[in-house]
Design a protein around this ligand. Structure first.
Ligand SMILES: N[C@@H](CCC(=O)N[C@@H](CS)C(=O)NCC(=O)O)C(=O)O
Length: 189
């Protein structure tokens, strides 16, 4: 969805191919030829240029736009949050959501250590967003889009945002800026 949000925001045309990982569609010969890791998202840019890793893709798409600063230090600040997302947020928030939404586990069935790390990640974001409108820079950047994607569905992984007003304010800001409805979910179309 991060990729879709960025492409739509920047009015970049694309053809969307839905891959059902639960049906092993990311394990076909054709898919593995695109990404040997067998993971979505993957972007095929043509002429043999294929990119995987969501944050690499959105950073590529956002070059030259308001979502990616030209200033070297500001760019590094964006990268700081993109790396943080992959190491300190996604493995906990997204994985807890996966086990609940896709594997049918209850909140109590989540691994405790992941829950603790996820809560800690949300606490870090709440603190940051209590003093900053956007995570990395003065305006919305790909760091916000990246972190917003799973944070806005964190409740589906058993995380409670109700006591985190700054995160809720920031999600609403991102949704408004990206023109994503509060209850708008990707429907495969
Ligand atoms: N670090 C990667 C993670 C990608 C990832 O975990 N993709 C999941 C779906 S969200 C997937 O394709 N899982 C299938 C599998 O690993 O077999 C990114 O941000 O793009």
């Amino acid at each position: 969805l991060k990729v879709k949000y960025v492409a739509d925001y920047l009015a970049i045309a694309y053809e969307w191919h839905e891959i059902d990982i639960m049906q092993q569609e990311s394990r076909t010969e054709a898919f593995l030829a695109l990404n040997p890791e067998g993971q979505v998202p993957v972007v095929d840019l043509g002429e043999g240029r294929v990119l995987s890793q969501s944050n690499a893709i959105i950073q590529f798409l956002a070059q030259g736009s308001s979502l990616l600063p030209a200033d070297k230090f500001e760019l590094a600040c964006v990268n700081q949050w993109l790396f943080w997302e992959q190491y300190s947020h996604e493995p906990y928030i997204a994985v807890c959501r996966f086990v609940m939404e896709y594997q049918g586990e209850s909140a109590a069935g989540r691994e405790l250590w992941r829950v603790e790390k996820g809560e800690s990640a949300l606490d870090s974001m709440e603190q940051r967003l209590g003093s900053q409108t956007w995570l990395a820079t003065q305006g919305m950047s790909v760091a916000d889009v990246s972190l917003m994607a799973y944070t806005r569905v964190a409740h589906e992984g058993g995380f409670d945002l109700s006591n985190r007003p700054s995160i809720k304010r920031w999600i609403a800001d991102c949704e408004r800026e990206l023109n994503i409805g509060v209850y708008d979910r990707y429907d495969g179309g």
